[in-house]
Design a protein around this ligand. Sequence first.
Ligand code: ADP
Length: 330
Amino acid sequence: DLLVVGSANADLVIGLDRRPGPGETVLGSDLMIHPGGKGANQAAAAARLGARTTLLARVGDDAYGRMLAEAQRDAGAALAGLLVGSTDTPGTVGKSGTDGAAEGKDAPTGVALITVDAAGDNSIVVSPGANARLTPDDVAAARELFEAAAVVSLQLEIPLETVAAAARAAAEHGARLVLNPSPPARLPEDVLALCDPLVLNEHEARLLLDDGQSLTADPEEWATALLALGPRSVVVTLGAEGALVAGPGVGSETTDGIGMVRVPSPRVRAVDTTGAGDAFTGALGWRLGRGDRLEDAVGYAVRVGALAVTRPGAQESYPGAEEIGAADAR
Ligand code: ADP
């Protein structure tokens, strides 16, 4: 099974010609509301491909929380780890949604306020809400989910101490750890050392590397520098170019056992790249859990990412397994 531990947000999107300055009001498009958050996106992507998937996350006892639960259910993910409010514990979803409210300090579902301007550029404000209340205690209480997991997939839109607890719980239960350091933050060394792989895009790679400024345009160089931070393997996603895989035994030519290969993405007409990286990482985690070699799992994940950019939205754009097969046959 795949266990995704991470964020669930409602994405509130408004298109506009130009963003307002301080004190200014502008008119925009109709509001669009989508299920989002990196954790929820990854889990939806994997479940849609047929993976047995559980999302350990926290949402509010509100309409957005229900929308996110419904999106997970529609994708085929298990809901046992979707905690409601700030006091719900794993396995009790839907049964104790009012406990936190009784304390008068319940947390709302996380929200991302997104404006998209005429040039297609995003500006985003995130209110973490319930995501900030996912704690190491929740990880401890979700023991059964970790026991069932072949792979645990993490991102950084929840408290870093919770990320660290989940990484250590994965190791304790013999699950492989996939981690996307987004938004980029410094991770404890023991957590980095468990990542197999660390999955990140160019932007995240530059921010994670201390002197990202002096980096060349050569992803192979970033991968070498990233491996030096301690993860067991590294996957750098390169948008339309696909991905670069680096680690022990990767490819046919290795130096000290470490090899690198480029995995090209299928050529597609990109319509909306929102959530492509999450689709990629969800697919990658699932294939690794099935026992694929890292480069083969990446070969599958680039096809999932490419299909995800051919349709608008994040979770709404994610393909089913039959579409990946059809893409192969072409
Ligand atoms: P992120 O969404 O995190 O910025 P990328 O842009 O690197 O990540 O995209 C992740 C994956 O999605 C890529 O490895 C690739 O497989 C696919 N992808 C993204 N953009 C395109 C594109 N324009 N054409 C084809 N595939 C794409």
